[in-house]
Design a protein around this ligand. Structure first.
Ligand SMILES: NC(=O)c1ccc[n+]([C@@H]2O[C@H](COP(=O)([O-])OP(=O)(O)OC[C@H]3O[C@@H](n4cnc5c(N)ncnc54)[C@H](OP(=O)(O)O)[C@@H]3O)[C@@H](O)[C@H]2O)c1
Length: 236
């Protein structure tokens, strides 16, 4: 296809929200670079898969260089790869801390820095983080400070980058989900998690994909933390 066909990088694309985002962007005729540690090759010629740990700068290097080599441009980056470790504060281990920062923060930094540099050259782009609504409403039944520490950092970085890039044609947004029905949550937890939301249900993967695709087309929206959380951030 011609140079106008857009290209999106999606991290954490092997399952859950990331895998659904691949389909959502393909349905909009984007070419997709899909990455995760265990991702399998795709039979779709417009989906390039790059396997590796997003916390490793070499993975980020490969994601961006292969995206450019194969598709020639980068229009959107969705920083979706992430881990969630919920524990009382003093139960967290050094390893939990290192893993949460490596995946959620180093992963964001490694890929975004390289992709943004290409977007700057193009004079256009869109960067979206998937964070968590728990940043804005800590819940005594789900202690998870490492999620707040890392995803809260991403919310802050979203606003900061949105301003830094506002006049350069690059928008930066985040989607802040409540508990979503993905492989992250075993079915035995669903009733408990549903009751944490004012609307009385968990979110569906489609709810997050719709929010990201809304932001994709929302040319006047930047620096937004879009809560898709069944009312959690509004109150209880
Ligand atoms: N589900 C929820 O309730 C919920 C709520 C709020 C926020 N979120 C956020 O939404 C995002 C997606 O969540 P999900 O529920 O779809 O999670 P998931 O089903 O556990 O999927 C996580 C994805 O991230 C990849 N990943 C994890 N660690 C990685 C690493 N070090 N390097 C590269 N890829 C890595 C996994 O693939 P590999 O194992 O192949 O690497 C997988 O594709 C995460 O950032 C999560 O924090 C989810």
């Amino acid at each position: 296809m011609g140079a106008a066909q857009k290209v999106v990088i999606i991290t954490g694309a092997s399952q859950g929200i990331g895998a659904a985002l691949v389909k959502g962007y393909r349905d909009r005729n984007y070419r997709v670079v899909a990455s995760s540690r265990s991702i399998k090759q795709s039979s779709d010629p417009d989906v390039l898969t790059v396997s590796g740990d997003v916390a490793d700068p070499k993975t980020a290097e490969r994601i961006v260089s292969q995206a450019l080599e194969r598709f020639g441009r980068i229009d959107t980056l969705v920083n979706n790869a992430g881990i969630f470790i919920a524990k009382p504060f003093t139960d967290y281990t050094d390893e939990d801390y290192a893993n949460a920062l490596a995946t959620n923060l180093n992963g964001f930094f490694n890929v975004t820095r390289r992709a943004a540099s290409e977007m700057e050259k193009q004079g256009s782009g869109h960067i979206v983080q998937i964070t968590t609504s728990l940043v804005d409403h800590a819940n005594s039944s789900v202690p998870s400070v490492l999620a707040s520490l890392t995803k809260g950092g991403l919310n802050a970085a979203t606003r900061s980058l949105a301003i830094e890039y506002a006049k350069k044609g690059i928008r930066v947004n985040a989607v802040s989900p409540g508990a979503i029905k993905t492989p992250l949550h075993g079915p035995e937890t669903h009733e408990f998690l549903a009751n944490l939301h004012p609307v009385g249900r968990m979110g569906e993967i489609r709810d997050i994909v719709d929010a990201v695709l809304y932001l994709e087309g929302a040319s006047f929206v930047t620096g937004e933390i879009l809560h898709v959380d069944g009312g959690q951030s509004a109150g209880h």
